[in-house]
Design a protein around this ligand. Structure first.
Ligand SMILES: CC(=O)[C@@H](O)[C@H](O)COP(=O)(O)O
Ligand SMILES: NCC(=O)COP(=O)(O)O
Length: 247
């Protein structure tokens, strides 16, 4: 069980691509953002190639594969198209996420418990290309146990409910739910990551939870980068996380 205080920052660059896609221009380039993020201390780069291609494109992933100095965390829905693409690019990490076309963003975690056979086949197939497969799930014991059963070495706990909570009681409850999920996942022998909706004002409490391996953060970081630049946005976030994770 890992209870290390070393916590990694995965920088999600999807929403650099959102701005580009809004006009169909060549800029801003998420590949440049990824390289700046790495220079500023990102431990990895996360991209979500959505089925509707609303932000990241195949071109981005193919270029990143060649230029990243750290490692790619490739988020994907469990579809044959994405499985085949993952086999082509062979990322170091793959995170299986639920996806619906109309959603504004990823709503809730993957229902692993409800489709164990299908997820198990996907984990087995993607593990064969050498990827560490994680499952993006809610902090729910049933889903964590199912993740263990299907053979995934890692989970990423969806922190969206914590991020969206409005009253102090709800914030505390949702934070506790994440902390309980981390402890339960670690007890199952899983690598536990977390992310979604984290920003400069809510990240510290999550980073202070012992045993989290990595936080994946994107939207807030890209938004802050508009005002301070990408490198500063990453280094500010990294400093917050590392300070909060200190014993
Ligand atoms: C799975 C996840 O939490 C992130 O990839 C998130 O989905 C960012 O992309 P969207 O904002 O398009 O949902
Ligand atoms: N998996 C979560 C992620 O990569 C980033 O989510 P967000 O910070 O863009 O909400």
């Amino acid at each position: 069980m890992s209870t290390s205080n070393r916590i990694l920052l995965g920088v999600n660059i999807d929403h650099v691509a959102t701005l580009r896609q809004a006009r169909g221009t060549r800029y801003p380039d998420p590949v440049k953002a990824a390289l700046d993020a790495e220079e500023a201390g990102a431990d990895g780069i996360t991209v979500h190639l959505r089925e509707d291609r609303r932000h990241i494109q195949e071109r981005d992933v193919l270029l990143l594969k060649d230029v990243l100095q750290t490692r790619m965390n490739f988020e994907m829905g469990v579809t044959e198209e994405m499985m085949a693409f993952a086999e082509l690019i062979r990322p170091a990490h793959i995170c299986l996420v639920p996806e619906t076309r109309q959603e504004l963003t990823t709503e809730g975690g993957l229902d692993v418990a409800g489709q164990e056979a299908r997820i198990s086949l996907a984990v087995e197939r993607l593990s064969k290309i050498g990827a560490e497969v994680s499952l993006f799930i809610d902090a729910d014991e049933r889903q964590i146990e199912a993740s263990k059963r299907v053979g995934a070495p890692a989970i990423e706990l969806h922190t969206g409910r914590y991020a969206d909570a409005e009253t102090p009681t709800d914030v505390a409850d949702e934070l506790q739910r994440v902390a309980d999920g981390v402890a339960f996942g670690l007890a199952q022998g899983l690598i536990v990551n977390a992310g979604h909706g984290l920003h400069y004002h809510n990240v510290e409490a999550v980073a202070a939870i012992k045993g989290i391996n990595e936080l994946n953060i994107g939207h807030a970081l890209v938004a802050h980068a508009l005002f301070v630049g990408f490198k500063s946005a990453v280094s500010e976030m990294k400093a917050l996380i590392l300070a909060a994770a200190k014993p």
